[in-house]
Write a protein that binds this ligand. Structure first.
Ligand code: ZN
Length: 341
């Protein structure tokens, strides 16, 4: 079979948070960690790299060249933010790509948020806040991943006679443009800005609102066959609505409106559980809120992903959506959607 020539969205993993919860009633089946592939002209633009992404890319085999070459079509990685459930298997992707076949026509670009301290008006951590101390953006994150696995990488380089892994990726810190209002009062209104552009795809970004996780990004991909927007993790975001105006497909995160009960069991909950649930709900978009966002953006298709908790049965998600008359797709691992239909 030949490589795909059109534009296709492939949901690689659809779990938000821990990706090890079995889907209720489905035995040992669990959703893979959050990751999506936009395939444009046979090349993969990966959005997030959650648990299992390398395995899922191999299963998806978008290049149709067999599993040994399943990673060769990778063109770029776009990280929406640096939470571990979005980045956990990036290093595995680097390792597997290095060993079993990485694109030969130049480095894989890895775009993602710049360091928090580069944002205007972000207050430094207070004295009571425990911090690891490092303030890494994507460039620092990728560099340290390679450093952390130096023993392995050095041996692979020696064995394969290939270039050092650091030369096979190009990491980029994505930050809002100069002049963006400061974030001292929360995420400000921003115009989408250009991140990357090539012959067949134009990528823009915006700031979304994911609580203390700063910066958190949403991405829009415009292609000749249509446009796809990825919300990343966010509470209902006016910036995201602006980014997604008129898009064909909006891939939006969602959390069960009854998250607390799904996560912790029937009420009453302990005080700690109630506070923890409220904190989580405040930085995500509930299943009964997401329809209004899709409607405000005027998108054709709403795809629900980053399902939290990942154990909630699929039928719940569709039934929970309110206020959107377009097509609703409940994300499933390895589900593919052709653009330009
Ligand atoms: Zn997150």
């Amino acid at each position: 079979m030949s490589a795909r020539s059109g534009t296709q969205l492939v949901l690689l993993g659809t779990a938000g948070g821990a990706a090890t919860y079995p889907v209720r009633g489905a035995g040992a089946v669990a959703r893979s960690g959050i990751a999506s592939a936009l395939v444009v002209g046979g090349r993969v633009h990966l959005v997030d790299a959650g648990q299992g992404v390398t395995r899922q890319l191999t299963f998806a085999d978008v290049g149709r060249q067999g599993p040994a070459h399943a990673l060769s079509p990778l063109r770029a990685v776009y990280l929406t933010h640096l939470h571990s459930d979005h980045t956990m298997d990036l290093v595995n992707l680097l390792h597997c790509g290095y060993v079993q076949g990485w694109p030969d026509d130049g480095p894989v670009d890895i775009y993602g948020p710049g360091p928090r301290s580069a944002l205007p008006g972000v207050p430094p951590p207070g004295p009571d806040e425990r911090r690891v101390g490092a303030d890494l953006g994507t460039t620092g994150f990728v560099g340290r991943l390679i450093d952390a696995f130096a023993a392995d990488f050095d041996d692979r380089v020696s064995a394969s006679h290939r270039a050092e892994p650091s030369t096979l990726v190009a990491a980029h810190d994505v930050l809002p443009p100069a002049g963006t209002p400061d974030l001292s009062e929360g995420v400000p209104s921003v115009e989408p800005w250009l991140v990357a552009e090539s012959d067949d795809v134009r990528v823009t970004a915006t700031l979304v609102d994911h609580g203390e996780m700063l910066p958190a990004l949403g991405y829009r991909f415009d292609t000749a066959e249509g446009s796809v927007v990825f919300s990343g993790d966010t509470s209902p975001s006016p910036n995201l609505v602006r980014l997604a105006q008129g898009a064909d497909v909006l891939v939006h995160e969602v959390i069960a409106a009854r998250y607390a009960e799904w996560q912790f069991g029937p009420r009453p909950l302990t005080d700690r559980q109630e506070r923890a649930a409220a904190t989580v709900m405040a930085k995500h978009t509930a299943s009964d809120q997401v329809g209004a966002i899709a409607a405000a953006a005027g998108v054709r298709t709403l795809v629900l992903t980053h399902l939290v908790p990942a154990s909630v049965p699929s039928e719940h998600w569709r039934e929970a959506v309110r206020g959107f008359d377009g097509e609703i797709v409940v994300g499933e691992d390895l589900l593919a959607i052709d653009l330009g239909r």
